[in-house]
Design a protein around this ligand. Sequence first.
Ligand SMILES: Nc1ncnc2c1ncn2[C@@H]1O[C@H](COP(=O)(O)OP(=O)(O)OP(=O)(O)O)[C@@H](O)[C@H]1O
Ligand SMILES: [Mg+2]
Length: 482
Amino acid sequence: MEMVLKKILIVDDDDQLRKSFEKLLKEEGYLVNLAASGEAGLESLKKEIPDLVILDVKLPGMNGIDTLKAIQKIDNHLQVIIMTAFGTTDTAIEATKLGAFEYIIKPFDIPEMLSVIERALDTSRFIRTPVCLNVNTENDAAETIIGQSPSMREVYKSIGRVSSTNATVLIRGESGTGKELVARAIYQYSLRTNKPFQVINCVAIPETLLESELFGYEKGAFTGAAFRRIGKIEQAQNGTVFLDEIGDMPISIQGKILRLLQEKSIERLGGRETIPVDVRLIAATNRNLEEAIEEKSFREDIYYRLKVVTIWLPPLRERKEDIPALVEYILGRKSREMGIVNPGISNDALKSLVNHPWPGNVRELSNTLQQILIFNQGAPIGEEDIQKAIGEKLSEERLHHEKGNETLWQWVHQELTNGGQTKTFNEYVDHFCKILITETLNLTGGNRSKAAKLLGLSRPTLHSKIEKYQLSLKTEVDSASD
Ligand SMILES: Nc1ncnc2c1ncn2[C@@H]1O[C@H](COP(=O)(O)OP(=O)(O)OP(=O)(O)O)[C@@H](O)[C@H]1O
Ligand SMILES: [Mg+2]
């Protein structure tokens, strides 16, 4: 629903390639600027800073590496993806050491390339969207962590205390409580804010790739390792690495993270060299790590290392006094994004929002308000709009808890005979998917790797469904209360 399109600058001397890139990226919903040389690229940057640059290493005139360095001088937070042909990979590797986000090899595998672009844009947002603590700024682009409750004030204090240190930080809390926002704040207020930054989502990257993504590899380390590759940790040298969803990191990789924490060094896959690295680790998880240790999916030694500085984010239902301020903030922000006038909300409606338990926390509150804004088309938000939006969720929830297909049949029958077309085919299918995934996660105690195996899905696919249906929290709550 973000209305703001991301801007990408392509720098390549090959006319054909620029054109096909432009077409492809526009179709994907990006805005595209083009430049045929390093010099032209820099000119374009001086006029307008994009969200991402895709840069050829082999350029006439100013070469790719010098262009990269010049880009970094203009804005060292700008993410750059390097394009390289088979013969020029050494330069591309050099570029990643210099801080380029990633390199892609021509001819491109399009889905893979789009996924690299998406990750680079994510990193860019993480680094560049300023996060403020509990203040209403004039800066429209900034995001604010809202909340005056005692527990949130503790969070701000912790952020203040840890930011200027190099301490490893563990951020815990249910899904949607703002862990990522806090991680961004810590990074932005830290001494390393002008140094490299890498974010790795331990669930979104397939298990088999995660290790090489983090640690890199030497040529010949495995079939298909045609070149050396610098891992994200090494790329973050002197900077910060954010390990999101660390509770879901495969146990085989956890040992290497422990070594990083203890000895401040890594080895590339298939390499014998010990590489000293100075990186600050910020980690986040919504999993119950103590339980994970018991079922041997999380190492105790790494847990003790990580938990020294822990920031706990309270669930929204335990800080209801913050809801009115959040609602005001979210309505203002979403209306602006949608280009509409903030319709306002009645007192009764606000009361309902305050009294709702919000199992999906701030994310769920935010999605609910957005849904109402779209549905209402500018009309003021009243109590009945809230009841309708929340009521739909409640009937879904009831469904999650009533087991046996008898209920499912009955429910479908009821919906269909309720008069009029209430749901589309896909909405019915979504309902079923939610039940299926929730139940699987319940069975595995929230362990996503196991759940993915049970369903025959890849971890990233499962992860994207969990995100789509906002399910991770419910399973945490369910498994905690069982
Ligand atoms: N205190 C807050 N003030 C304003 N917005 C918030 C706050 N907490 C969370 N949000 C918003 O709610 C959404 C979810 O937050 P975030 O992604 O940080 O959650 P998370 O804890 O990382 O969840 P998950 O475990 O599912 O990854 C984001 O859009 C974020 O901006
Ligand atoms: Mg998160």
